[in-house]
Design a binder for this molecule. Structure first.
Ligand SMILES: Nc1nc2c(ncn2[C@@H]2O[C@H](COP(=O)(O)OP(=O)(O)O)[C@@H](O)[C@H]2O)c(=O)[nH]1
Ligand SMILES: [Mg+2]
Length: 454
């Protein structure tokens, strides 16, 4: 039998860093690595899982590369289930390339995407769902994403297993009906079966909604600062950031394009977007800017509607505010140093919107506004439900197929054979989430999206 290859790759991201990690895994990992270690005997005699300091050199060029720490793992007690060495070196790219080159010259081969995790899968250390969970943990960009990955990693898939059982049982009911359709008992079952089907459809529909809300915040919460021209939007943007990022000026129409920055608020990534002020204009560039503002409002999670206390509220401004649907809106009545802003206050109160009076020029009450924003962000996150069936994008795509096939099953309920056909399709799609070991195509599509070194 052909021996499996010993693979090597950098596990940390490319570029310059204080430290980098290189992994080597396969039957010859320890032997190959020892060829590159100056203190070979110390390395060979070192206990497994113990971190020791060595000098690494190129065995052919006889050139020293770096001082490293290395840890040996003996099969099967390693992440991949193979012999493994983890090398921690200084994080310069010449060093990393030099070490990888030394290991390649000593008999290792370069790892492809996800090859280490694939070894772990092939050696039975993890199953496909756990491999996906690892990928999910690496790629997660927000807390709910990470929670999904953790759930999968810890095998918390009772809802998924339960769904599988329910679809299987529904299928037996339907097959039985096709086989023995005339019997009374079966007819009774049939009504129950249809109810079961509706419940399953509802459940998958809810899961798809949950995924949608998570995907929606994967790139951070979008906080849009919008409102009429010259109200103090850019001043607020700068105040939140703490530095003069956007131009502010008494001339209306200063901000023409959207300007954005990312910051962390209570540990969550927030993209703050300062927009062109809204007004009637014949100026083409400004018009384009205003269109971008309207689009930003559409995509926003939170809208801070900044409006000047000394300007009266026009009908079109009222209409714009009323038309912001499905977002958290906070009215910011600014320039209260020159006017009491009662008219605008009355409007926000009437529309049951949260509002806030300030003088940004004097930096008044920024802390209070920030604490409101924090609360809104907290509410957005706490209202998110973590999926129990569809844990990632691949599952979501499969979930959509299952949903469509179940809808067709229900639609064709009275044409038993056709209904059974769609139900079978739904079941097969569900099997794909679990991923049969021999389904090379599924495995390839998952591992191709891994990074090299994992
Ligand atoms: N009196 C007063 N002027 C302000 C206040 N906040 C901003 N301004 C001024 O209003 C003008 C427009 O501000 P800017 O932030 O550029 O408004 P934007 O067009 O909404 O982005 C600038 O001259 C600011 O200095 C405030 O609270 N009171
Ligand atoms: Mg501006």
């Amino acid at each position: 039998m052909k021996e499996s290859p010993t693979i090597v790759a950098q596990s940390t991201p490319q570029g310059t860093g204080a430290l980098a990690i290189i992994r080597i895994s396969g039957p010859k990992a320890i032997e190959i690595c020892s060829k590159t270690i100056v203190q070979r005997e110390k390395f060979n005699n070192a206990a497994t899982r113990k971190v020791l300091l060595y000098t690494i050199h190129h065995p052919i060029k006889k050139q020293e590369i770096d001082e490293i720490s290395a840890i040996k793992y003996k099969a099967p007690r390693s992440f991949t289930g193979e012999n493994m060495v983890e090398i921690i070196c200084h994080g310069g790219s010449a060093i990393v390339m030099g070490i990888i080159d030394a290991l390649l010259a000593s008999g290792a081969s370069m790892a492809g995407r996800g090859d280490f995790t694939r070894q772990a899968l092939e050696n039975g250390k993890i199953d496909l769902l756990k491999a996906e969970a690892i990928k999910g943990m690496i790629e997660s960009t927000c807390e709910p994403d990470l929670k999904c990955a953790h759930k999968l990693y810890h095998g918390d898939i009772k809802d998924l297993s339960n769904l599988k059982e329910r679809i299987n049982s529904l299928q037996s009911d339907l097959e039985a009906e096709i086989e023995f359709g005339e019997e009374e008992q079966i007819i009774e079952n049939r009504v129950g079966a249809r109810e079961k089907l509706k419940e399953i459809i509802h459940k998958i529909g809810m899961e798809l909604e949950r995924r949608k809300s998570i995907t929606n915040i994967e790139n951070g919460i979008k906080l849009v600062i919008a409102g009429p021209v010259n109200a103090g939007k850019s001043t607020l943007f700068n105040r939140i950031l703490g530095y003069e990022r956007a131009l502010t000026h008494h001339e209306p129409g200063t901000t023409r394009d959207t300007v954005s920055e990312r910051i962390l608020i209570i540990g969550h990534e927030v993209k703050i977007i300062d927009c062109a002020g809204i007004r009637d204009t014949s100026h083409e560039v400004e018009k384009k800017g205003i269109q971008k503002t309207l689009k930003a409002i559409q995509d926003a999670h939170i809208v801070l509607w900044v409006t000047a206390a000394n300007e009266s509220i026009e009908e079109n401004e009222k209409e714009l505010i009323i038309n912001i649907k499905g977002k958290k809106v906070i009215g910011v009545i600014n320039k209260c140093d020159i006017n009491d802003g009662v008219q605008k206050e009355t409007f926000f109160r009437l529309k049951k919107l949260k509002w806030f009076k300030t003088s940004l020029k004097n930096g008044e009450k920024i802390e209070i506004l920030l604490s409101w924003i924090k609360k809104v962000i907290k509410d957005i996150y706490s209202s998110l439900e973590i999926p129990g069936i569809l844990f990632n994008k691949r599952h979501e795509d499969i979930g959509k197929t299952i949903f469509e096939e179940l809808i067709k099953t229900e639609k064709e309920w009275n044409r038993k054979e056709i209904a059974a056909y769609h139900l079978r399709n739904a079941r097969q799609a569900l099997e794909e989430i679990f991923g049969a070991q021999d389904n090379e195509q599924i495995l390839n599509s998952i591992f191709d999206s891994f990074c090299i070194g994992k």
